[in-house]
Design a protein around this ligand. Sequence first.
Ligand code: AMP
Length: 361
Amino acid sequence: MNKTVVTTEEPVFVPEHKFADFDINLHLKKNIEGRGYELPTPIQDKAIPHALLGQDVVGLAETGTGKTAAFLIPLIDKVMKQKGDRVLIMAPTRELAVQIEKELAGFAKGLGFRGMVAVGGANIGPQISQLRHEPAFVIGTPGRLKDLMERRALDLSGFSTVVLDEADRMLDMGFIDDMRMILAKMNKERHTLFFSATMSKEIERLIGEFLSSPVVISVKTRDTSKNIDQDVVRIPRGKDKFDVLVELLQNRDFSRVLVFGRTKFGVEKLAKALSRLHIHAESIHGNKTHSNRIRALEAFKAGKVSVLVATDVAARGLDIPAVSHVINFDLPSTYEDYVHRIGRTGRASLKGRALTFVQER
Ligand code: AMP
């Protein structure tokens, strides 16, 4: 496997706008400043002016580029200007939906509207009650949104704006029919913002189907592999890869380690086995309840546990800062999954390491 240790300095990006230049609600501007955002990131710099004009936007950008604020800022402003307007945000995973809601809560402080998360794996009852208050922002996964619509708890007729976040992931995860069904229930005159990390024939087709005359913005994705030292760990015949993992984790510089396993069951078993050896590990996978997944993620982010064991699906799109190592305990099933996995380390200008276990036969 390719072993890259060279780091190239990226040219410094000079934004065309400052947040102060945008014609947006002053209180919102204060909140942006309060969050410590000084200058727009490239996707924000390019997408916000168009979204503010009500144009459909396609943003080709991955997690870590600031894409969430690129759609939240103009849409919060829209909701402030056009009282009663509501925004639907679709995301592939529960964790991403929660992350978006958190960012929304930060920007919306004191603005007097609410947002809610509508995702599977969490009790539907409280979500139905929250919807009765007609929150301005509903952020959900397609399956649960559809469920809420079928129960007549969610009526999309008041929503004129929709965001499809990580549309390529939603497609991969088989949500396409739900997405179509949900969009069909919205006003034809809707304002649509579409984000995807990758462009493919299928994504192009969806853009043609869902958006009208969109502005397409592509930000150069950070070439993460330049900051990642990639290596294969060969496990000799007769040796158990669990033992090799335990040996590695004794090492001090394995300070924040994301371990990938193939199955939900395997991931759970691995985290438990590590914890029994007093290597405190948490797990995230689809069999865990939503709140347990969030708890595990927060413990890892806060440094309370140094190891997080995850499946590909559960870890998708998560913004986890400063992961020192990604370990492919089980091989990823596609190259794309490999790239996604190792992209969890080497964020921004930090150096990361990715180790892939290969059992010799
Ligand atoms: P995202 O790509 O939306 O997941 O954002 C990645 C991270 O960058 C998040 O932790 C954001 O809070 C942060 N971020 C987004 N925009 C800015 C900005 N203009 N300045 C500083 N940090 C930002």
